[in-house]
Design a protein around this ligand. Structure first.
Ligand code: NDP
Ligand code: OXD
Length: 313
C-alpha cells in the first residue's frame, strides 16, 4: 500500500502524451508522467500507459505495478515484454464504443439500402431502381460479442435488423441469436447478409476469415472487418468475391497499415477500405477508467478490464 503520487510512463506513437496528461489531471490529484527523452529514475515508475512496448523497456522499471493498454485490442503488445507478476488491462471507453457502433451502423445501412450499388450506377450515369427493404429483412452476424460486439449487436437490433452473434461462451442476449463453437460459426455465417468481425486477434482467431469459412457464407453476402487485419486471409477474400460467394467487403483494418498504394484492395470495385478509423478513443472520456486503474494498481487491487494473457484478450 502506498500513498505516493503515481509515476506513469507514457509510450505511444499514435496518442498524444499531453492530451492524456491533462485528461488524467482531472481525475488524479497528483501524478508524474514521463516520456521517452525525459530525465527520470526508471526504478520509480509505477504504471506504464502504452500502445506498444519497445523491446526491453519494462525490464528497466523494477517497481512496475501495472501496464495499461491505450487500445481495446492488446495483440500489438508483446506479452513476453511484461514481467510475470505485472497485470495488463485494456481500454474500455464510451467514445470508442460509440464510434464503433456508428461505423457499424453506417456500413450496414450502406449495404442494406444498396448505396454501394447506387454509387457504381451513378458513376456510369445509370438510373437503376432497387426498392428499399425493411431492416427486418436483413440479417447481420457479429463475430465477437464483447464490449464492442455487444454494443453493435444491440444498436442494430434496435434498428430492427435481425442480429446473430458468435462468441466463445454463447451467452443469452435479449433479441440476439447467439452461437458458439465452430458449428455455431458456420451456421451463423450461412444465414447472414452481412458479417461483421469484431473479434480480438489471438492464436485461435488469426486467419479465421479464410476460404474455408467463406464456403459457408450466404451467396452474395458482405464482410465487414473492424477487428484486426490478421483475422483475414486477403487472397481468400479476393477469390471469394471473384467466385460470387461474397459480393463485397468493407475493411477498416488490414494486415499492413497503412495499406500500400499498390495493394489490390484499393482499386477493387467491391471493396471499401477505411484507414483504421472505425473506433477512436478519447482521453477525456477514457481518463476516469484509466485513473481508476492507476489507483487500483497503486493499492494492489485487481485491475478493471484485466487481460487474461493466456487467453490473449
Ligand atoms: P472483448 O474482449 O470485450 O470481447 C471479445 C469477444 O470475442 C468476446 O465475446 C469473446 O468471447 C470473443 N472471442 C474471443 N476469442 C474467441 C474465439 N476464439 N472464438 C469465439 N469468440 C471469441 O473485446 P472488445 O469487444 O472490446 O474488442 C474487440 C476487438 O475490436 C479488439 O480486440 C480490437 O481488435 C478491435 N478493435 C478495433 C478497432 C477499430 O478501430 N477497428 C477499435 C477498437 C477495437 P467471450 O465473450 O465468450 O469471452
Ligand atoms: C483499439 C484500436 O484496439 O483502436 O483500440 O484498434
Amino acid at each position: 500500500m502506498t500513498n505516493a503520487a503515481p509515476h506513469l510512463y507514457f509510450c505511444s506513437a499514435l496518442d498524444k502524451a499531453e492530451d492524456w496528461r491533462s485528461a488524467l489531471a482531472a481525475h488524479l490529484p497528483a501524478f508524474k508522467m514521463s516520456v521517452e527523452g525525459d530525465d527520470y529514475d526508471p526504478a520509480t515508475v509505477d504504471v506504464a500507459l502504452v500502445w506498444t512496448i519497445p523491446d526491453g523497456l519494462l525490464a528497466r522499471f523494477s517497481d512496475l505495478k501495472a501496464v495499461l493498454s491505450l487500445g481495446a485490442g492488446v495483440n500489438q503488445i508483446d506479452p513476453s515484454q511484461i514481467p510475470a507478476h505485472v497485470p495488463l488491462a485494456r481500454l474500455v471507453d464510451e467514445t470508442l464504443t460509440r464510434t464503433m457502433v456508428d461505423y457499424a451502423k453506417a456500413v450496414v445501412y450502406r449495404y442494406h439500402r444498396c448505396l454501394d450499388q447506387f454509387e457504381k450506377a451513378s458513376n456510369d450515369a445509370r438510373w437503376m431502381f432497387i426498392a428499399p427493404k425493411a431492416t427486418s429483412e436483413t440479417f447481420v452476424a457479429i463475430l465477437g460479442l464483447g464490449q464492442l460486439g455487444r454494443a453493435i449487436a444491440f444498436a442494430l437490433r434496435d434498428e430492427g435488423f435481425r442480429v446473430g452473434g458468435w462468441s466463445r461462451s454463447a451467452q443469452p442476449l435479449a433479441g440476439i441469436e447467439t452461437f458458439a463453437e465452430r458449428h455455431g460459426l458456420t451456421t451463423l455465417v450461412s444465414r447472414a447478409d452481412i458479417v461483421i468481425n469484431v473479434l480480438p486477434l489471438t492464436r485461435h482467431t488469426t486467419h479465421i476469415l479464410c476460404g474455408e469459412l467463406f464456403q459457408y457464407f450466404r451467396r452474395g453476402s458482405r464482410l465487414v472487418n473492424i477487428g484486426r487485419g490478421q483475422h483475414l486471409v486477403e487472397d481468400d477474400l479476393l477469390q471469394a468475391i471473384s467466385a460470387g460467394i461474397l459480393s463485397g467487403a468493407t475493411l477498416d483494418v488490414t494486415a499492413v497499415e497503412p495499406l500500400p498504394p499498390s495493394h489490390p484492395f484499393w482499386h477493387h470495385p467491391d471493396i471499401l477500405v477505411t484507414p483504421h478509423v472505425a473506433g477512436l478513443s478519447s482521453p477525456t472520456s477514457a481518463a476516469p477508467m484509466v485513473a481508476h486503474n492507476i489507483r487500483r494498481a497503486m493499492t494492489g487491487q485487481v485491475l478493471l478490464n484485466q487481460v487474461d494473457l493466456a487467453r490473449g484478450y
